[in-house]
Design a protein around this ligand. Structure first.
Ligand code: C2E
Ligand code: CA
Length: 710
């Protein structure tokens, strides 16, 4: 056996490690090596087998055909896929015929083409139950495994590969057998496999786990997790490796994508709050180490609600995106621009040495919003107010810095918007600005100036009230009636929002119980803030309000703003289920975002969906909106959810919604929200134009103050 003696010993060991009969056959059809199992099976000794023509092992009647097939196989003319099985009769030394299963693989033995034949005695197999035959089990497992598996020799050349491995790389078994992984390894990862093999060869480790990249035949780069184990002979020489792999390409890219999603705002692609908080902590640590200044610029769009109300969420979203792009244009690369929520952005400035630099940045940001935005065929004016907090080594913690920026922002709004204000300690005093207003609101909770008003929700067909939405009103002793959009925004970042929420629940349930003690009296709906929705105490508060008022549970419905529900659909679903178990209904409020979010939210166990005013009174393409309303109604009905159209102001609005099949309707056409004392006359009679009642004491004042609300 000339120069290949050394490896022939290795091959003999390899063949002996195969539990089945195994033969290495040369290109002329002569047996080069045979293992003991095959010798036992055939009745020949291994020495007798070596050099024997394989045609001597098949019945005479098929010998010529076999020779032909074998030659064509060797020439590659009739290439049966390697590793595939066929049945053949084998003739043993004593002339008996036995049924065998034969699997062939092409190998390269130091430059000489060889065929590896693995032979199983089928007669024996049929006698053996699967249960006791572990080799068979391994072989089948290898063949059918969806995990790519290869056996490699002591130089990591592939001896056998299962279908999953071939599929992984987009290569045929023939292309792989005899090769090491160099040809399909990603260039930067060359050497990983060699290093792993070396560690195994030197017995440094029993098993190896590593991640590497391959290149698929079509050019795709794959990321795989590799597990390698080696088999050794008695003297510790490596016989072969078993390598099992897992394609983690998608998983990895998904993880990267999720990591990106976790830190970025999906609408604008800007950093989100979590990323900002992280950057802020780092920036502050840097200032502590290196000195200098940092600053937070809190940018809040002026009257953005008007854009949403008059043009709809779709336009609103496009404006937010356009604003983000403008701000980005003037942002410095070292800084972080973040969407902080709704229509609020935060700009984190690092590495400045003069307060003047921060002022210039604030001016540039405001300047970038000067020109109107061209959005969906509309020209939209959108300005912003900015609150600035500058810190140095002495400043308080991160949260305090954000609060300072928030206070400064409040002041900028108060001073007339489209401007920036830099925080100064005087703003922090409760006798000025926001602190003052917050205290006044806190007092309102107990001094009776805060109350709930009620707006009827009517049957679209009969226009009689079936329920009432409770809406909060604050009668300020100097400023008159203040709209909830103004004071709720003030309370939202503080604990006061929780107290306001509890107040609304308490007052609304008490009022509804007073309308009618009966089980079938009109229901009352109460708006939930984001903070309330995700407050673990929510169900407790609801239960307490119901118990205190004695209201039948099904007569209470809570309204969850669509945007809040979308922020965390999973948590929303939990809350909805908890409330439903209590008998309390949930409504999706201000629905206007379109079908994608509807699909996401319809699986919630909702009592009704309230369509946003922007869809009910479409500003732009009315046909599009009508179609959307139709679909919402259809989908709602299919899932047993009633659809409420809100913001119905004219008989024409009502007609369109009736045609679309809306069940319920709400709006100034029927009535504005009225104080509790004025609810009774609205019950039991059809409401319409004649009843479209403006409560002069409250509404005109609110309308006036809404124009200055943020
Ligand atoms: P919302 O839940 O969308 O409430 C409907 C708003 O639209 C109310 O404004 C209502 O007065 C107004 N509206 C009703 N019909 C019409 C109409 O035909 N045309 C027009 N142009 N407007 C109509 P309001 O009372 O100023 O409330 C504003 C928002 O404040 C509410 O929006 C709700 O999100 C929030 N809010 C009100 N009360 C509470 C409360 O007790 N708790 C919480 N968390 N939020 C509340
Ligand atoms: Ca509402």
């Amino acid at each position: 056996m000339s120069e290949s003696d050394g490896s022939a010993v290795g091959w003999a060991q390899f063949l002996s490690s195969i539990p089945d009969g195994a033969l290495l056959i040369d290109a002329t059809g002569h047996i080069h090596l045979a293992n003991e199992t095959f010798a036992d099976y055939s009745g020949y000794s291994t020495a007798e087998l070596e050099g024997l023509s394989v045609e001597c092992l098949v019945p005479e009647r098929v010998s010529a055909a076999h020779a032909l097939t074998r030659e064509r196989f060797a020439d590659g003319v009739q290439r049966r896929p390697s590793g595939r099985h066929s049945h053949l009769s084998l003739v043993t030394k004593d002339g008996a015929e036995r049924d065998a299963d034969i699997a062939l693989s092409q190998l390269d033995l130091d430059g000489e083409p060889m065929t590896l034949a693995i032979v199983r005695d089928l007669d024996d197999l049929h006698r053996t139950s699967l249960h006791g035959d572990s080799e068979l089990r391994y072989r089948l497992a290898f063949d059918i495994s969806v995990a790519p598996i290869v056996f490699t020799d002591d130089r990591d050349r592939i001896l056998a590969a299962n279908d999953a491995f071939c599929d992984l790389l987009g290569r045929t078994r023939d292309e792989l057998l005899g090769q090491d992984s160099t040809s399909f390894t990603y260039p930067l990862d060359l050497g990983l496999t060699e290093a792993s093999l070396e560690r195994v060869r030197r017995h440094e480790v029993d098993a190896e786990h590593y991640v590497k990249r391959y290149v698929h035949r079509d050019g795709r780069v794959l990321v795989v997790e590799v597990a390698r184990r080696a088999a050794y002979d008695a003297s510790g020489h490596l016989l072969f490796n078993v390598i099992s792999e897992r394609d983690v390409t998608e998983e990895r890219s998904l993880t990267a994508q999720l990591a990106h999603q976790a830190l970025h705002d999906p609408l604008t692609g800007l950093a989100n709050r979590a990323l900002l908080e992280d950057r802020l902590a780092r920036a502050r640590a840097k200032v502590t180490r290196q000195g200098g200044f940092g600053a937070i610029l809190m940018v809040d769009l002026d009257d953005f609600k008007d854009v949403n109300d008059s043009h709809g969420h779709l336009v609103g979203d496009q404006v937010l995106i356009a604003v983000a792009r403008r701000l980005e244009e003037v942002a410095r690369t070292a800084d972080t621009l973040c969407r902080f929520g709704g229509d609020e952005f935060v700009y984190l400035v690092e590495g400045v040495h003069q307060a003047e630099q921060v002022r210039r940045i604030a001016e540039r940001l405001l300047g970038s919003l000067e020109k109107p935005f061209a959005v969906m065929g509309l020209s939209v004016e959108q300005h912003a107010s900015i609150g600035v907090a500058i810190w140095d080594i002495e400043s308080p913690d991160d949260l305090a810095v954000l609060e300072q920026a928030d206070l400064a922002l409040y002041e900028a709004k108060r001073l007339g918007r489209n401007r920036y204000t830099v925080f100064s300690p005087s703003l922090d005093q409760s006798h000025s600005g926001r602190g003052h207003d917050l205290q006044a609101l806190r007092d309102a909770l107990s001094d009776g100036s805060l109350s709930m008003h009620f707006q009827p929700i009517v049957s679209a067909q009969t226009t009689t009230a079936v329920g009432f939405e409770a809406l909060m009103r604050w009668q300020h002793h100097e400023r008159g009636w203040i709209a909830p959009s103004e004071f709720l925004g003030l309370a939202e970042p503080t604990d006061l929002i929780g107290e306001l929420g509890a107040f609304a629940l308490r007052e609304a349930t008490r009022a509804a119980a007073s309308w009618s003690p009966a089980l079938d009296g009109p229901y009352v709906t109460v708006n939930l803030s984001a903070r309330q929705l995700f407050d673990p105490e929510l169900t407790g508060h609801v239960r307490a309000a119901l118990a205190a008022s004695g209201l039948a549970h099904h007569r209470l419905v809570v309204e969850i703003p669509e945007r809040v529900a979308l922020e965390d659909a999973a948590r929303t679903s939990l809350v909805v289920t908890e409330l439903r178990d209590l008998g309390v209904g949930c409504a999706l409020d201000g629905f206007g975002d379109g079908l994608a979010s509807l699909a996401q939210l319809l699986h919630l166990d909702l009592r009704f969906v309230k369509i946003d005013r922007s869809l009910v009174r479409p500003p732009t393409d009315a046909n599009l909106h009508d179609a959307l309303v139709d679909v919402i109604v259809t989908l709602g009905h299919r899932t047993g959810i009633d659809v409420v159209a809100q913001g119905v102001e004219t008989p024409e609005d009502l007609d369109r919604l009736r045609q679309a099949g809306c069940d319920l309707s709400q709006g100034f056409l029927f009535s504005q929200a009225v104080p509790l004392s004025e609810v009774n006359p609205l019950m039991g009679t059809p409401l319409g134009l004649a009843n479209a009642k403006v409560n002069p004491s409250s509404m005109s004042a609110i309308q006036a103050s809404t124009t200055s609300a943020s």
